[in-house]
Design a protein around this ligand. Structure first.
Ligand code: DGL
Length: 257
């Protein structure tokens, strides 16, 4: 069991930002990443459809004997993690917009959250922002169209810049000092974001926190891989192999689902 893989899924390549952090912290773990590009973008889909998609992806990873699953997507986590935890008998790690550290550390009392419609409209997001955002102003923004460009391998340029300006300017006008990236695709366009916002604004994303939580849960569940064989990293996609391949610098074989 300990040698079994950690499974990951996302609506395509965004969750690679989470996989990288987990892999950096836990290089001895075998991993299986599923890029569900066929169903991308998740951000515009209703809750019941997101639950069905998550279910299918989780069953794919369970069939590959995964011992723990990282839902490497804010939209899938905020819409389906409760269902997944109730339905399957293995540990799940989720990711949701890091409102708590942003709200705790803001000096201007204003924080921005850029995320998908599905995340911002979820009851889990509402709950988290009610708990941690009581004394701060949260400026929320749907990142419409960004995931579609990123999925094509476009991380910079005029199209990305003009969407980002449209989405970030209202936050800048409101004097935010923390910008929460609430979608795992957005760290891939961090350099474009940095060009638009002031240097004094901190960009907050929680891939390292997810990696640490993954380690804690593996230790607690006695599931850390203690084997001495070189670990295996498998990548599956139901979309374009080339985009995933170039993001991974052609270092791994990509398998089709
Ligand atoms: N990467 C995902 C997230 O973190 C989903 C983006 C999408 O497919 O809309 O929300």
């Amino acid at each position: 069991m300990k040698n079994n893989s950690i499974g990951f899924f996302d609506s395509g390549i965004g969750g690679i930002t989470i996989w990288e952090s987990v892999n950096r912290l836990l290089p001895n773990e075998n991993t299986i990443y599923l890029a569900d590009s066929k169903n991308s973008p998740y951000g515009k889909k209703p809750n019941d459809e997101l639950i069905n998609i998550s279910k299918e992806n989780v069953e794919f990873l369970i069939n590959k004997k995964c011992k723990l699953i990282v839902v490497a997507c804010n939209t899938a986590t905020t819409n389906s993690i409760n269902f997944l935890r109730k339905s399957y008998n293995l540990p799940f790690i989720g990711i949701e917009p890091a409102i708590k550290p942003a709200a705790l550390n803001t000096k201007t009392g204003k924080i921005g959250v850029l995320a998908t419609k599905g995340t911002l409209g979820s009851s889990l997001f509402e709950k988290t922002s009610n708990i941690h955002g009581q004394n701060v102003k949260i400026i929320e923004q749907h990142g419409l169209g960004l995931v579609e460009l990123i999925e094509k391998g476009i991380y910079s340029g005029s199209k990305i810049d003009s969407l980002l300006k449209e989405y970030l300017n209202p936050m800048l006008e409101n004097n935010i000092d923390k910008l929460v990236l609430g979608c795992t695709h957005y760290p891939l366009i961090k350099e474009s974001i940095k060009k638009i916002i002031n240097e004094s604004i901190n960009i907050i994303e929680c891939s390292e926190a997810v990696a640490l939580q993954t380690e804690r849960v593996l230790i607690k569940s006695n599931l850390i891989n203690s084997g001495t064989e070189k670990s295996k990293k498998l990548f599956y996609t139901n979309g374009d192999k080339n985009i995933l391949n170039s993001l991974l610098n052609n270092k791994f074989e990509i398998l089709m689902v």
